[in-house]
Ligand binder design. Structure first.
Ligand code: SF4
Ligand code: SF4
Length: 132
């Protein structure tokens, strides 16, 4: 708009340049990092995160199935290793850890603490395949 109407440039002040600076800051920060604004700055995310503990629908850990392989952290857009941060306020419930990473049935979806997903535990002998 400013390029099309150069006269508008005179109306721009500190606030405009401040906003452009922070927008570019987060855009460039998003290149090497996943969701930096959500993780560090977004007040809505922080507010909603408090409800993770109260939600009826949750992801839960089955400790006896978890081999602490860390695969859940590799797919998590928020950088959470699920088995070490169950109920994290940063979790956005995308369920990638359960659907894409955990091959041991250690993560399950629950409704009021009742399991909604089948326990897909694999024999420990198959775990070596996924440890690589
Ligand atoms: S991917 Fe599953 S088995 Fe591996 S650390 Fe995470 S919860 Fe545990
Ligand atoms: S549900 Fe998504 S955001 Fe939450 S721990 Fe799993 S991968 Fe991370």
């Amino acid at each position: 708009m400013i390029i099309l109407q150069p006269d508008l440039k005179a109306t721009l002040g500190y606030l405009f340049y401040n906003k452009v600076f922070w927008m570019l800051f987060f855009v460039f920060w998003s290149v090497p990092t996943s969701r930096p604004f959500c993780k560090t700055t977004c007040p809505l995310g922080a507010f909603y995160g408090f409800f993770n503990k109260l939600s009826l629908i949750k992801l839960d850990i089955i400790q006896s199935n978890c081999i602490d392989c860390g695969k859940c952290a590799e797919v998590c857009p928020m950088g959470i290793q699920f088995n070490k941060n169950v109920g994290s306020t940063e979790c956005i419930m995308c369920m990638r850890c359960m659907r894409e990473a955990c091959h041991f049935g250690a993560i399950q979806l629950t409704l009021a603490n009742a399991p909604l997903t089948a326990n897909q535990k694999l024999p420990r002998t198959q775990s070596a395949h996924y440890d690589q």
